[in-house]
Each structure stands twice: as C-alpha cells, then as structure tokens.
Design a protein around this ligand. Structure first.
Ligand code: NOJ
Length: 656
C-alpha cells in the first residue's frame, strides 16, 4: 500500500494520512476526524441506575426503560460498567464468567435487546473489559489454585514466600507492594504453600499476561462480544497488565510507603515493559479488519502525557483514547484519603499540559465524575443550595469545552451530590470498608477517617439515580441496595426535564454544541490566565473561528474588563446564568463566547450580543431555526417562568 494513502487505523471514518514514520500523526481536519472526537459518552453503573424487578438493585431491564433519557440528552455512547456473572465483591469488577450476564442484572437476551435498542436510536454500547484480574471464583482461578501442577497454574501470579520466611508470616509476601484496596498485594494459599498476586482485593487475582494462552483466551472473548454487536470496550486498569518480571521470575520490591510496613510497587506494574506490545497484539487480534466504528478506551491510572501519546497515536494501533487520573489526584496528598485543597493553578497546569501534549497526536477522555470518584459538584463545585446548580453547570461547561471526549456519569447531568453518610455502617464499597478496617488496626482516629471517607468514598457516586421525588426516587419499588440521597425531592430528573434553566438542560446544550460545532471537537486549545486563583479561561481555535471560554470557579464576582477585555466584544454562544450584565463575571458563571479572527490573523469581536445584525433570532419557542445553533444568544438560560428573548443564533459551521 502506498504509505501516503494508508488509512488511519483507528476510527472507521478517519481520512487517509501519511504513515511513513511509525508515529506520524494523523492530522485531524473537521471532515476526517474519527467519529468519537465529536461524541459524548454516558456511563451507566448498572446496580444504581434503574431497578426493574423490585430487588433494589439496578438491572438491564431498568436501563432499557430509561433509554429515552439518554436519547434526550443526546449522548452517543453508553459505557456499561460490568454486568457479567460475579460474586460482586467489587460490584462486578470481579468477574467469574466473561461471556454471560449475571442474573442479578438480567440475561444475555436482554443485553442483545439493549444493543439493538441503542443502535436503533443511533447510540453505541461500550462494555467494561476487566482483564487485569478475574474473580477468585472464575473457573480459571479455581483450576489454577487447585494444585501447583495445574495446567492453569501459570495463568495467575503464584510465588513462594520470601526467601527464609514461612508462608503467612508478616512480611513473608514475595514483594512489599501495598494493594489499592489496603493491605498487601499477596494472599497466602495454605494448601499449595504459595502466594497469589492481587493488585486490588484478595478476591481479584491478577491474570498473568506473560502467558500467551491467557492473552489469546481474552482476545477470543473480546471477539465474541464484538460479533454479538457491541461497539467497543472501556478497558479497566489496562496499563497494569504488564508486570516488570525478571528473567528468573523475580518481582521487585518498591520504595517503602510513609507510615506503612508496605511499599509502592507501581514501578513494576504501571505501563510495564510489554504493555505496548500487548495492546498492539490485542489490536491485531481483536479489532483489525473490522469495519465497524468501534471505540477503545484505556483506563490508565498513573499514565503520563508522554506515555498517553504512544498509547493513542493512531499510527501505533493500541487504543483510541486514554482515561487518565492526574486532575482527580490534585486534591490529595499521600493517598486519596489525605485530602488537600485543590489549587486552581495546579488544575490549569495539569489539564493544560494534557491539552498541549495530545494536541498533534493522540486523544484524551474528559471527566470529573465516575463510579470511582465522589460527586464533582460536592468536590470541585459548591453544593450549597445557592450555588449547586450554577457550579454544576460551570464545571460541566469547563470540561465539555476542552479538546477530548467528554464522559457524563449517571446523575451528573442532574447535579447529583455526595451522600450525607452518618456512620461507617452506611458504606458498602470494598475500598472504603477495607480502608476503615486497616486504619483502625493502625490506630488512626475513627472520626478523622470517617470524615475523609464521607468526602472521598466511591459510594458517593453509587447512590441510586434520582429520577423523581417519590420515596426511592423512582429507582426501585423495593429497598435500594444503597440509600437514595435525601435531597432527591428537589434534585431529580423529572423536575429538571421541565425546567429550561436546569442542570439537565445545560448538559443537553453542551452536548449539542459539540455535535454541531467542529471547533468544540477539534479546535486548538490555549490556556489563558494560568495563575488566576478563581477564573479558568481558554480559547479553542479552528480556522478563523475562536471560542473564548471563561469560567468563574468561585463565589467572587469579577469584572471581565479587568481579566479578559476581548470577552466584552464577543458574541455569547452558551452561558450558564441568565443574561444580566455582560461586564460582570458572576459567582460560578461560565460563558462560551465567539470571537472571530480576521483574515489578517487578528482577533475581531464577533457579533456582539446586542448587535442586531447577527443571524436569525430565537423563535418564540426559544429554539433557533434549522441550520443554526440552538442555545445561542443571551437569552439561552432564563429563570423559570420568564419568556425566551428574541436573541441571535449562530450559523452551524462558521469555520467552513
Ligand atoms: C478500576 C475500576 O474503575 C474500579 O471500580 C475497580 O474497583 C478497579 N479498577 C478494579 O477492577
């Protein structure tokens, strides 16, 4: 094949690009960019989404009932957290059968129904792929642990006790690595006299990817799902599958962790020596040659920008985008329970570096919330009654206007907040429960431990979705497995659906903006005001179109003229507060402004909001006419009960 015309390997709609050099970037023009650059992903954590059978646990039947909610929102992809058979030690991230559905969630037939129903609505289904580890109840592990000579022994990481020590003795573990879920990463198996490795809970043993049989079993399972019609995978901790193992099978101790007898083994398992080889092999074995428009997302804790460029360079054929953690670690000290105030300068430096690092090659996911993070409106926003709606919409605007693929986690689109946990007995999450136990053994202050759990526990994200103001928020007719947040009387989807100023309405507009305006998907990013402690501002530029995004992440009011005079002469594309004073940037206000650049390259104020020569006006129903972007103009978000103003709309593709 002529290398000049070799297609970009990932993304069915990508255009030809030069492939001479191994990592030659594919230029992303508005016409040739992969479909997922303009897509928005919605994550469903099935046990908390919608229950259809009254057992208090969400299920596939429930998801099928709520597809209109996703269609209304306008999302393109549903990422489904695990629904496979599982003992549920880690809510399904401990899989005991990769090719079935747990009866708790429904059946394979219902999953087929879900695939078909999504496809009918023009949406895709991305499955969670958890192959760094299995459940200890997976038949592969049961066979592996059966004896030292089992044909599957080498499918997992088995090692003898540390030299000179007896199995089970403190410190006899083969390495000193501390588990993500507290305690050592090794569990002693008395009958066989060896330890097995588990980066997470002891019920989640790590698969040994060094063994080609393991890899090929995984690839075959993945092909089976693609053949069934799924559209890709979100790959759980996929940058941990390659471990740094010496030729003699030895694994290395890590540096000691402060205040612990254990060490940090991450150098041995984060982006290990064979990770790129494994992902390229997976790509060849599973994805190559399929012409469907698929999506692969690598969840990669600890990945650096430089590594992410390699993982997502289309020319290398590994994954489409990474899901990285740097920005959600900025409010933490030695561990996630050691909370620090988030400094705006750090957030800008981090997100800005990721924007710059993946500007010419590679792709990133954009998220605040997911099933592992506390609710962003409580963590980075202001969930007090006065500012909850405004801070939720401000954070959303900031994120969705970056370059990358935005992820909406269930409930985020209605501003769901952290749960008011009263005692340790209220928590269900294995990470939180293990942490509390270990902290008590270590003699830590239970009040302080509980305070940190209240703010950071993953259970904050896992309370049931608040659909309406009825007893269990419309989530179940039974008893919910985790209590519904008592604020659901006020904060629920049904109420917000009727309110054009709601968080939900704002998400709808943000998603539409990405679909309609190529500068949102593909524009270059430039950070402004990098040192300002409250105002987060940047531009996105594509061709002659420049968007200026200004977000005030505080309760302080600023004068725009003092910060960004160019904003005063720009046209409002989307904002989160009612139109009042263009010169003031109010608490938690976010504005997306359009400033066109002149052919000579100098910025020109676009159509000023009050300039009557702008495009057509909003219709009386508040919508723009066909071919024009809705949600534009100063009247886009009105206090409930007020009428839409006849304000200008923007042409859909002004850069073309
Ligand atoms: C990352 C997942 O997002 C998390 O929920 C899970 O506990 C760990 N991986 C282990 O699978």
């Amino acid at each position: 094949m002529d290398p000049e015309n070799a297609p970009c390997p990932m993304g069915a709609e990508s255009a030809p690009c030069p492939m001479g050099a191994e990592s030659a970037p594919c230029p992303m023009g508005a016409e040739s960019a992969p479909w997922w650059t303009r897509a928005v992903v919605y994550q469903v954590y099935p046990r908390s989404f919608q229950d259809s059978d009254g057992d208090g646990i969400g299920d596939l039947g429930g998801i099928l009932q709520r597809l209109d909610h996703l269609a209304d929102l306008g999302v393109d992809v549903l990422w489904l957290s695990p629904i496979y058979p599982s003992p549920q030690a880690d809510n399904g991230y401990d899989i005991s059968d990769y090719q079935d559905v747990d009866p708790l969630f429904g059946s394979l037939a219902q999953l087929d129904e879900l695939i078909a129903a999504l496809h009918r609505r023009g949406m895709k289904l991305v499955m969670d792929l958890v192959v760094n580890h299995t459940s200890d109840e997976h038949p592969w592990f049961e066979e592996s642990r059966a004896s030292r000579t089992s044909p599957k022994r080498d499918w997992y990481w088995w090692r003898p006790p540390r030299r000179g020590m007896a199995g089970g003795d403190p410190g006899a573990e083969p390495t000193n690595w501390q588990s993500f879920f507290s305690g050592p990463m090794w569990d002693y198996d008395e009958p066989s006299g060896e330890y097995y490795l588990h980066l997470f809970d002891r019920r989640q043993p790590d698969l040994n990817w060094e063994n080609p049989e393991v890899r090929h079993a995984v690839y075959s399972m993945m092909r089976w799902w693609l053949d069934r019609g799924v559209d890709g995978f979100r790959m759980d901790v996929i940058n941990m599958i390659s471990k740094d193992v010496a030729a003699d099978g030895h694994l290395h101790d890590g540096p000691p962790l402060h205040g612990s007898a254990l060490g940090d083994g991450s150098a041995s398992y984060l982006c290990g020596p064979r990770i790129h080889e494994f992902l390229q092999e997976m790509h060849r074995e599973v994805f190559a040659g399929r012409d469907a428009a698929l999506l692969t997302v690598g969840e990669m804790p600890g990945v650096t920008v430089e590594q992410a460029r390699l993982f997502t360079d289309p020319g290398r054929a590994e994954v489409d985008m990474v899901f990285q953690f740097e920005h959600v670690g900025l409010d933490q000290g030695s561990s996630k329970w050691d909370l620090r105030p988030l400094r705006m300068r750090d957030l800008k430096a981090s997100l800005g570096r990721w924007q710059a690092g993946l500007a010419d090659v590679g792709w990133n996911s954009l998220y605040w919330d997911n099933h592992d993070q506390p609710r962003a409106v409580s963590r980075f926003g202001d969930d007090s009654p006065a500012f909850r709606r405004d801070s939720a919409t401000c954070l959303a605007t900031l994120l969705h206007l970056h370059r990358g693929t935005p992820y909406v986690y269930q409930g985020q689109e209605i501003g769901m907040a952290n749960y008011p946990f009263a005692s340790v007995d209220d928590f269900r999450d294995i990470e939180s429960v293990n942490h509390f136990g270990t902290a008590m053994v270590a003699g830590q202050d239970p009040i302080a431990v509980l305070a940190a759990m209240r703010r950071m526990s993953r259970d904050n994200a896992r309370t049931p979705v608040q659909w309406d103001d009825t007893e269990h928020a419309g989530f179940t007719l039974g008893t919910p497995w985790l209590p519904v947040n008592p604020d659901h009387g006020e904060w629920n989807a049904a109420a917000q659906r009727k309110d054009d100023t709601s968080v939900l309405a704002h998400y709808r507009r943000l998603i539409a903006l990405r679909h309609e305006n190529p500068v949102v998907a593909l524009g270059d990013f430039a950070m402004l005001l990098p040192d300002h402690e409250h105002v987060y501002a940047f531009t996105r530029t594509l061709g002659r179109e420049v968007l200026l995004v200004v977000c005030n992440l505080s309760r302080t009011t600023y004068r725009l003229a003092d910060l960004l005079p160019q904003a005063l002469d720009a046209r409002l594309v989307l904002g989160n507060l009612p139109d009042e004073d263009a010169e003031l940037l109010r608490p938690w206000e976010a504005r997306v402004l359009s400033t066109w650049s002149r052919p000579d390259g100098r910025a020109r104020g676009g159509t000023h909001a009050r300039d009557r020569s702008a495009g057509p006006r909003l219709r009386t129903d508040g919508q723009c006419p066909a071919g024009y972007t809705t949600g534009t103009g100063r009247g886009r978000e009105r206090p409930t009960g007020t009428r839409a103003r006849r304000t200008p709309c923007a042409a859909r593709h002004p850069c073309s």
